[in-house]
Design a binder for this molecule. Sequence first.
Ligand code: AMP
Ligand code: ZN
Ligand code: ZN
Length: 419
Amino acid sequence: MSRYLFSLFILLLPFASIGQNSNDSAEKETYVILISLDGFRYDYVERFHPENLSRFIQKGTAAEGLIPSFPSKTFPNHYTIATGMLPEHHGLVDNSFYNPQKDQTYAISNREVVTDGSWYGGTPIWVLAEQNGMKAASYFFVGSEADIQGIRPSYYYDYDGTVSNLTRISKVFEWLQLPKPDRPRMITLYFSDMDDVGHGYGPGNEEKLSKTLTQLDHELGALFEGLKSLDLDVNVIIVSDHGMADVPKNQLINLDQLTEGIDARVVNSGALAHVYLKDQNSKEEAIRIIGSSGENFKVVDVQEGEYYRDLSQHADLMGDLLILPDLGYYLADQRGLFRYQNRSAMNKTDVFGEHGYSPDYEEMQGIFYANGPQIKAGLTIPPFKNVHIYTLICEILGLPIPKDIDGKKEVLAPILTKD
Ligand code: AMP
Ligand code: ZN
Ligand code: ZN
């Protein structure tokens, strides 16, 4: 028995016999565990052949890639997966952005805004479940700590990246072995390992990536193994929010220099920066000044609708202009450049990894792997947009699909066994 399985069984010991003989009703209820492996690029499995994940894929359905929504950042995409809505509709338009009406900046490190439900539109899948009398639980997922429509999952935790993966996994078994009225049928899990290593060394670093993935794969193996011992119809959906691209140290762009002399608020997300002009009449001039102040990026008018396609609901959050570095280039202010210097010295690397670029780049594609009684086995499907995952979960759990979402249930209907 591997060290990981052993530690999991130790963690599970107090619950060992409960799930075996559930005298539940004849009609078995379905369960969904939605697992996000942050920053897991579409090609990692074929490059590194993780044992447990590969077996999971063989016996389930795999997409060749999962196309993120713009921008390919963590918060907008997790929340798109959770709501079935594009960022321009659910309102989390980036990891960081300014809200002129609130006169407040959303930032993922700011707990006050992250837990404030008023920033989050749509109906996340856990809210939909709770509204329909189903318990939901989350060991982390973007939005799960916020009171969205006044509702949080019945069980949830405030984000703490230091909690070990096995602790998160063992809690899932605890939840699944609760008495039926208390037992969640919609569970989310989140692991940041692949994003962390990808940022630190770039997705091209075989050695570092392979080591991290091997460990994560053992932990996932413990989860898969444990689920087999429960007599429950559990469907596991493994996704990522985006991929990753190499960014060499000498391809960092000094953002302060680009925006010098522009009368605007600038909110930087690295692969894009939002420019909120003080004076709308200065737009043409700002485009000219920024555009001529460097190279390897472009500056675009948000109103042209090329990146955020629908401006009818949240255009005020996106800003007037976007500064978009080419793939492999990244925007950093003076402090950011200093941070990268330190990271370079600490990690002994001249290459980092970043994401946030246009979803049209293959490098930004993530993963979708699903396995369970309601999922077809041995199926591979072409890359699809992450906005459609929500409807799949609704279909598995028998939840009504809200009318105002962007996802279409027809896209993933062919992977369901009842199809
Ligand atoms: P990114 O900057 O897009 O790479 O964001 C990834 C980081 O988001 C991860 O390393 C986590 O530390 C952080 N993160 C993920 N989920 C949450 C959350 N619910 N609350 C706060 N931070 C989070
Ligand atoms: Zn991410
Ligand atoms: Zn990241």
